[in-house]
Design a protein around this ligand. Structure first.
Ligand SMILES: [Zn+2]
Length: 302
């Protein structure tokens, strides 16, 4: 496998958009960062700054989106931004934000991608080691599941089955190389059902949601005039999966097989991936120890 080098953004990137739930304007500034520092949120208020590293251990909620938390501060809906950073191979950056939610932009990863590509990236000399998936890993919850099989390339088979005439029993199988992600997956917008949107808004949520940043489904069709892809919703599920697994902070390959999965299962899988890797590291260490012990023993005997 080709070596993969750590990367940051070349210059500071300023973005502004609406918080999906608050409906308020959010300022997001992506700063270059040092090699090895990882991706970190910097939550700022006039009198407090809080750093929240993007890591699976910081995930405090997976309800409608992935939420990170630290010292009582939370940042939600990180996944569309994380999908963009991960796909472009950005390993180190500071994401300064003045709200508890990442701006929804157009509901996809495209505005983040375009901004980062326009600014450019800077490669470090340090390599980042991909996570090696040596055995199948899976998480199951009722009739929902998410599996990761070892494979030298990243690919997905995704199944959705919503109680809606347009989203019943759909499957998408595709390679997830960088080109496919950039052109076929990351432009897909988030989606919601009109009845849920009305309910959420009556409770003071999804106040920033509109046809400008979501595909909205009516009883039997779409409220939007145009879709970006005929199967935009399932593509967005794949986007979410990639963005959610980006909390691993490292590249990986494998065949992802998902059925009716969502943020909760995605994050559970990320935890299992790290556990498997820790176990592999431990057994390598054990092998090393037992090899060196037996050598000593043989030497003593000789
Ligand atoms: Zn999403």
């Amino acid at each position: 496998m080709e070596p993969i080098f750590r990367k940051t953004v070349k210059n500071t990137i300023r973005l502004q958009g609406l918080g999906l739930h608050s409906g308020k304007t959010v300022n997001l500034t992506i700063h270059p960062s040092e090699s090895g520092s990882g991706i970190q949120f910097l939550h700022t208020t006039p009198n407090k700054k809080t750093i929240i590293p993007v890591h699976v251990d910081q995930v405090i909620d997976t309800g409608n989106a992935v939420t990170l938390g630290q010292d009582g501060v939370k940042i939600q809906t990180i996944e569309h931004l994380m999908a963009a950073l991960h796909t472009l191979g950005i390993t180190d950056a500071i994401l300064e934000i003045d709200s508890h939610e990442v701006p929804i932009m157009d509901g996809s990863s495209l505005p983040f991608l375009e901004a980062i590509i326009a600014t450019g990236s800077l490669s470090f000399r340090d390599q980042i080691e991909p996570i090696k998936i040596s055995n199948p890993i899976w998480v199951v919850e009722g009739d929902k599941y998410l599996v990761l099989l070892p494979s030298d390339e990243l690919k997905v088979t995704y199944n959705i089955d919503f109680n809606h005439p347009l989203l019943r029993g759909q499957t998408l199988t595709t390679s997830l190389d960088q080109n496919t992600l950039l052109n076929e997956i990351l432009p897909a917008r988030t989606f919601g059902f009109l009845k849920d949107v009305e309910y959420l808004q009556s409770r003071g949520l999804a106040l920033g949601g509109s046809l400008d940043n979501a595909v909205v489904l009516t009883e039997d069709g779409y409220l939007n005039d145009e879709l970006r892809f005929e199967n935009e919703c399932i593509r967005h599920k794949v986007l979410d999966l990639i963005g959610d697994l980006a909390v691993l902070g490292r590249p990986f390959t494998g065949h992802l097989i998902a059925s009716k999965a969502g943020h909760g299962l995605d994050i559970s899988l990320a935890k299992c991936i790290l556990e498997q890797e820790k176990a592999n590291e431990f057994s390598k260490y054990k092998d090393y120890r037992s090899n060196s012990n037996s050598k000593n023993w043989n030497q003593k005997r000789a």
